[in-house]
Design a protein around this ligand. Structure first.
Ligand SMILES: N[C@@H](CC=O)C(=O)O
Length: 347
């Protein structure tokens, strides 16, 4: 599903062009169109320019790397295999922008939400040294779920959030499925997504961490607890959030921070950057997954229902598109930032 989103988003991209596609040995040798036959899950058709690209075997690292300036990586393999594959590409001098979780905790690999922690790219120099390359490296994006609440909290970091409770209501595309693949999800809610709660609690702390001696040191606060639930929607992860602060802001201050929030992608006017990163809805019944997930071409984050709480300081609802901002779109935005900052030399 994420691979298909990459192909869709890169069709007509002003800076990047898909020249090679690589996958498992079983797909190698087929055209891309043949390889996704009966498995194309997006509403838009397969883009013409990629249909006839002959899929290569991703394990032929030198061969694939010779044809590209950098790679996007989204694969379904064991963690140690993904780590080895991504490092092998990086060692050929090829930057790797990864959607996988395998390297999210490797100390010198930046895990980036471009509006929030672009400074973490500073660790790339140390990583290159470790890998013995002057141009290759790995940069990763975080788990899709956290984009539904971390941006809204990040805008309030000055007020020092101390405790956060987030429950996520996650779309079935997050599991790479639609309702045809997963009929059990019709009229159903499943209260478990393997590994998701740990990622949702820990990854924000790495995003808010600092750079020291070429490594990311994770933040120690706020304390975050989550419950992650699969719900019967196609796309869009929604979160209900409770938060307390060391210095409790006024409601107007919060709304102001959200409206004003801009990051490097907005300053640099990157092609995939949303103009308005966080949009606040005044209506009590917004954001809604179906109505609001595509805001800013699926790259914006929607927030609503901010109000005081009887136990925590505030509660609100957040929403982001999981396969766009939360996956392929987030990775394309990282690549744009890396190119704009000179880490990727794409022609
Ligand atoms: N692990 C996530 C992937 C993001 O969309 C999920 O299962 O939803």
């Amino acid at each position: 599903m994420v691979g298909q989103r990459f192909v869709q988003l890169l069709d007509g991209h002003p800076w990047f062009q898909v020249t090679s596609i690589a996958a498992s040995k079983s797909s190698a040798g087929k055209t891309y169109e043949e390889s996704v036959q009966g498995r194309w899950k997006l509403a838009t058709p397969i883009p013409d320019p990629v249909k006839s690209i002959v899929v290569q075997d991703a394990s032929q690292v030198e061969k694939v790397a010779a044809e590209v300036d950098f790679v996007f990586c989204a694969v379904d393999m064991k963690k140690n295999e993904i780590q080895a594959l991504e490092e092998a590409y990086a060692k050929t001098g090829t930057p790797v922008i990864s959607n996988n979780s395998a390297h999210r905790w490797t100390p010198d690999v930046p895990m980036v939400i471009p509006e929030i922690n672009p400074g973490h790219m500073d660790v790339i120099a140390a990583q290159r040294k470790r890998l013995g390359t002057s141009s290759g490296f790995i940069a990763v994006k975080p788990n899709c779920s956290i984009q539904s609440y971390v941006p809204a909290l990040h805008a309030l970091l000055d007020y020092k959030p101390t405790h956060v409770v987030a429950s996520t209501y996650q779309a079935i595309s997050g599991a790479g499925k639609n309702f045809t693949d997963w009929p059990d999800m019709l009229d159903n809610v499943i209260p478990y997504i393997g590994g998701e709660e740990e990622k949702s609690e820990q990854e924000p702390l790495r995003i808010w961490g600092s750079v020291a001696d070429g490594e990311i040191v994770k933040a120690s606060s706020p304390l975050i607890t989550t419950q992650c639930i699969r719900v019967p929607v196609t796309d869009g992860h929604l979160a209900t959030v409770f938060a307390s602060f060391e210095n409790k802001p006024a409601k107007d201050e919060i709304l102001d921070r959200w409206r004003q929030f801009k990051g490097r992608p907005q300053e640099l006017r990157l092609p995939s950057a949303p103009e308005q990163f966080i949009t606040y809805f005044e209506e009590d019944n917004r954001p809604q997954t179906k109505l609001d997930r595509d805001i800013e071409r699926g790259m914006g984050v929607s927030v609503g229902r901010l109000r005081e709480d009887s136990i925590y300081d505030y509660k609100f609802v957040g929403l982001s598109h999981n396969t766009l901002r939360g996956a392929a779109g987030g990775a394309v935005l990282i690549a744009e930032l890396l190119k704009a900052e000179g880490y990727i030399q794409a022609i």
